[in-house]
Design a protein around this ligand. Structure first.
Ligand SMILES: Cc1ncc(COP(=O)(O)O)c(C=O)c1O
Ligand SMILES: N[C@@H](CCOP(=O)(O)O)C(=O)O
Length: 469
């Protein structure tokens, strides 16, 4: 299995190099040269298997033989052993046609753990084999940060720097990051939005001198391995609900487009996915794209679902690559236009290709709160505000109701207790292992929205951490 860049001008790489590279050297994102195919019989054979076995079978083709199967199986089993539900990502039925796929049973209570618990172990495995060390830089709107820190803390060959937008995460999310005091963990509260954090991370990667000197790696979904690990739960959910002998649809609360792109990958691999519904909060650039074919930037507004307060969805580039016929220079042109003019458009035919798979819905703050409240009243089920955006988007979609709709529950309601309490009168408690979170010491540094300032900080802290080690 080989991987190519969406901008078409970076070296073609195998799995291990893609894992360590993060962003491609031409600024693009790596995607598989072709999608592995699963026959109906191979999909049927997944029914009833444990999560980790499905994970091995679904991810195996992406490794291209770079990790021996028994070693990979051991890594996968270890990654999911700490989840607090035996099914890892259980399905819960909400009503006759709607299920939620609970992705929040990992250590930091959000879907990011599913991929990052694996990624931390894969980094360890590959770095030990190569005798290499990396500096991870990541951007977070709240959940990737804590999941990545949890996965990488105290690992010998990794320093990890996480940029979050100051004051724009929930308090639980911030404390989950900043209360990890390990010497290889460095939290930055940036004076800016998540998009600013993500821009700085990309700028650090695009400075190839800095990138090579520091040995930069990524934990955001720009890293192909994140997408690979997220494809697995679309298979587990689909086979549990009757695939390949029954069609299925998913609604994904969306920000950076990584999660729903993983669903697109599962469909390309052979899962009978009828529709992918993209749920956006008031930061609705994606819903507007699916309505018009034009991607046009707008200022980020803070919402009750802060992890989705994103206007530049980095993984959309991977879909665009396919919509534009896998032409890297056409992708580069479109994205340059987006940077300089604030917008670009696809043709009617390209939009029709996208709409054959996707639809998009904007869910505003009132609808989010009303959905949390109504779901609690009708089903006795507590939704976090991100999942509520998904449930509301699923209800707004005109899809054939005989097709089961799975909404991805991307975070535990206890990560957003204020919004949940306001909507339902019930304050969801943190699990016992996090019950002292509000008393824990925090450590973080504040930095301006400036690439050079972040670069200097990374150099100084990485040097100090290595001297102390
Ligand atoms: C709780 C939660 N829901 C939804 C999303 C959006 O997912 P994606 O960025 O993969 O579209 C995020 C952030 O990524 C998140 O943390
Ligand atoms: N919502 C995310 C934003 C980063 O997304 P990623 O999937 O690219 O890591 C977060 O919680 O940080």
């Amino acid at each position: 299995m080989q991987y190519v860049s969406t901008r078409g001008a970076a070296p073609v790489l195998g799995f291990e190099d893609v894992l360590l590279a993060g962003l491609a050297r031409d600024g693009g994102l790596y995607v598989p040269q072709s999608w592995p195919q699963f026959s109906a019989d191979e999909i049927r054979a997944l029914r009833g298997l444990p999560y980790s076995e499905i994970a091995v079978r679904v991810m195996r083709p992406f490794l291209g033989g770079s990790i021996a199967e028994d070693e990979f199986r051991a890594i996968v089993e270890d990654a999911y052993a700490g989840f607090d539900h035996g099914a890892v990502t259980p399905l819960v039925q909400l009503d006759q046609r709607t299920w939620v796929l609970e992705l929040f049973h990992g250590p930091t209570l959000a879907f990011k753990d599913v991929a990052l618990q694996l990624l931390g172990r894969l980094f360890d495995h590959v770095l030990a084999k190569r005798g290499q060390r990396v500096t991870i830089v990541g951007a977070t709107s709240g959940d990737t940060g804590s999941a990545a820190i949890e996965a990488c803390r105290d690992r010998e060959n990794i320093d990890i720097f996480i940029l979050h937008p100051k004051g724009r995460t929930s308090e639980v999310q911030r404390r989950q990051m900043t209360s990890v005091l390990s010497s290889n963990v460095h939290n930055v509260a940036l004076h800016g939005t998540f998009d600013d954090c993500q821009d700085i991370v990309k700028a650090l990667f695009n400075d190839t001198g800095f990138r090579d000197r520091m040995g930069l790696s990524a934990v955001n979904s720009i890293n192909w391995a994140r997408i690979m690990a997220q494809i697995v739960y679309y298979f587990t959910a689909a086979v549990a609900l009757g695939a390949p002998d029954r069609k299925i649809a998913f609604t994904v609360p969306t920000g950076n487009f990584g999660n729903v792109y993983a669903a697109y990958g599962a469909r390309a691999m052979g899962l009978p996915i009828e529709k992918l519904v993209v749920g956006s909060n008031s930061n609705d650039i994606l819903a507007r794209f699916f309505a018009s074919g034009t991607m046009s930037a707008a200022p980020v507004v803070p919402t009750l679902s802060p992890s989705m307060d994103i206007q530049i969805s980095s993984n959309f580039e991977r879909l665009l690559f396919d919509l534009l016929g896998r032409d890297g220079s056409a992708v580069t042109d479109a994205l340059n236009r987006f940077r300089t003019e604030g917008k670009f458009a696809v043709t009617d035919a390209q939009l029709a290709d996208a709409l054959a798979i996707f639809s998009g819905h904007r869910v505003d703050e009132d609808a989010t709160m009303a959905t949390v409240a109504a779901t609690w009243e009708e089903s006795g089920y507590l939704l976090d505000p991100h999942t509520a955006v998904g449930v509301a988007a699923a209800k707004a979609d005109p899809l054939d109701p005989s097709i089961p709709m799975v909404v991805l529950a991307t975070a535990h309601p206890a990560k957003f207790p204020d919004a949940v309490e306001k909507a339902t009168g019930r304050r969801p408690p943190l699990p016992p292992r996090l019950s002292d979170l509000y008393e824990r010491e925090e450590r973080l540094s504040e930095l301006p929205n400036d690439v050079a300032a972040v670069q200097d900080f990374v150099v100084a802290r990485a040097r100090a951490a290595q001297e102390a080690a």
